[in-house]
Design a binder for this molecule. Structure first.
Ligand code: SF4
Length: 303
């Protein structure tokens, strides 16, 4: 399909906080390894997100290739580091959204930040063509606040990670020492736009914010700081998914402290902290989810 039609924002690209200045319209790839036309690694109904997102019919998940964060432990390494997948233009994206929207509860955009202008246009036009299910925006949160503002009115449900609190972890694991400053500003903007998660009579998400946090081996104190920040800035009704699925298989340095799974004790300590802080809308996973054959299994945390 070639380079694709020129989109102003992709020249001297500064869409994300990397601000690497790649001229994607001229065929260059930036830090995110992405050109102008999105590549879709996979699109399908997905049944293993949190219950309000997957529901009974599945979440219409669209996995975008490339990533602006590239964590050392990424379980989607083949997708995020390489130029793989089906190359589509705006019309192609719209067709995918409409197809998934016929059978799924929602359209779930996974790591699409580096294609923001294209995705925003595709959502707008798909809605004009009759797409009626909610749009879920599934992101690492390493995004400019201005980028999230550009999605106001287009995204119904935000599903953002908050990965690290310390700049040390942001640097070591994602080459992003400013991660927390960037992500916390982005997530505040999301809450301001859509509020806390709202579900229908069947428990299916219609609108709102659901924050995800993946527990990192040996770093539960960092998880505690994140939970405290959520409690202080989002209140006790914030919806939160605490994830145990850290998979060390892709960590290249096998002697690294991050080349292991988390222990049940670490995970339990983080869940207990959420309870102690009075957070009352928390999803937890079964520890068996932390395998390469990841099958997320979420339960609402009982207090
Ligand atoms: S979206 Fe990609 S090309 Fe643009 S600034 Fe970020 S990393 Fe660079």
């Amino acid at each position: 399909m070639g380079i694709g039609p020129e989109i102003t924002e992709y020249s001297d690209c500064r869409i994300c906080p990397r601000e690497c200045g790649a001229d994607r319209n001229a065929g260059s790839y930036g830090y995110c390894m992405s050109g102008v036309l999105p590549r879709i690694a996979q699109y399908s109904p997905h049944r293993w997100e949190e219950p309000p997102i997957s529901g009974t019919k599945g979440s219409g998940t669209v996995f975008f290739s490339g990533c602006n964060l590239k964590c050392v432990y990424c379980q989607n390494m083949e997708i995020t580091r390489m130029e793989t997948g089906l190359q589509v233009d705006v019309e192609g994206l719209i067709a995918i959204f409409l197809e998934l929207g016929r059978t799924c509860h929602n359209i779930n955009l996974v790591t699409s930040a580096h294609f923001l202008p294209t995705v925003a246009r595709a959502i707008t036009e798909a809605k004009e063509q009759g797409l009626s299910v909610p749009i879920v925006y599934n992101t690492s949160s390493y995004e400019k606040q201005s980028a999230i503002r550009a999605l106001r009115g287009l995204v119904d449900i935000y599903l953002p990670d908050i990965k690290y609190h310390s700049s040390r972890l942001g640097k070591v694991l994602s080459n992003a020492p400013d991660y927390f400053d960037v992500a916390s500003a982005a997530v505040k903007e999301m809450l301001e736009q859509v509020g806390h998660l709202e579900t229908d009579d069947e428990g299916i998400a219609k609108k709102g914010l659901l924050i995800r946090h993946l527990v990192i081996p040996g770093e539960i104190e960092d998880s505690f700081r994140i939970l405290e920040w959520i409690r202080e800035n989002m209140g006790k009704y914030a919806h939160l998914s605490i994830m145990s699925q850290y998979t060390p298989e892709y960590v290249k340095d096998k002697g690294s402290p991050y080349a292991r799974r988390i222990t049940p004790q670490e995970y339990e300590a983080v869940l207990n902290k959420a309870v102690d802080l009075g957070l009352c809308n928390v999803f937890a996973q079964d520890m068996s989810s932390s395998s390469t054959y990841y099958v997320p299994d979420f339960d609402q945390l009982r207090r």
